[in-house]
Design a protein around this ligand. Structure first.
Ligand code: I3P
Length: 126
């Protein structure tokens, strides 16, 4: 089916808990503020929620994330020198917003890395 079909746009690819901090806004560096966040990866967006119950109830028509980022043109890599923590994902939007996403579980971090990268790659090919 087409990538523009409602099914694809509204499909939750992945959801779960990660530690998150924003490190740049529009290319300007921010002070880190690590906090637990619930993530929902759906359609072209990665959405962040504070409350897991709200995240679990995600539907396209009732989406009120704390914040949301467009994955089109985004970049993802492993943050090697940006944190003292392990398994840290470095994620950059096309508008110059940057985030670190982290789990103590290597498996959890790997799964998120692959899932986000998969969506970015799909959008690159459109
Ligand atoms: C920061 C805090 C962060 C740490 C950051 C510190 O201090 O300890 O957890 O990032 O390191 O500056 P503060 O609480 O005073 O803001 P990591 O845990 O990711 O290493 P950094 O400045 O080297 O990025």
């Amino acid at each position: 089916s087409s990538s523009h079909s409602p099914d694809r746009l509204h499909m939750v690819e992945k959801s779960g808990q990660l530690n998150k901090t924003k490190i740049a806004e529009g290319g300007r560096k921010l002070r880190k503020c690590w906090a637990s966040s619930w993530l929902v990866l759906a359609g072209n967006s990665l959405m962040f929620y504070k409350d897991p119950k709200v995240a679990a109830a995600w539907t396209p028509s009732r989406s009120r994330p704390e914040s949301s980022v467009d994955l089109r043109g985004a970049r993802i890599d492993w943050a090697r020198d940006l944190s003292s923590k392990r398994n840290v994902i470095h994620f950059r939007t096309v508008t110059g917003n940057e985030y670190l996403l982290q789990s103590d579980s290597e498996t959890v971090s790997q799964e998120w890395y692959q899932a986000i990268k998969g969506v970015i790659r799909r959008l690159d090919e459109e």
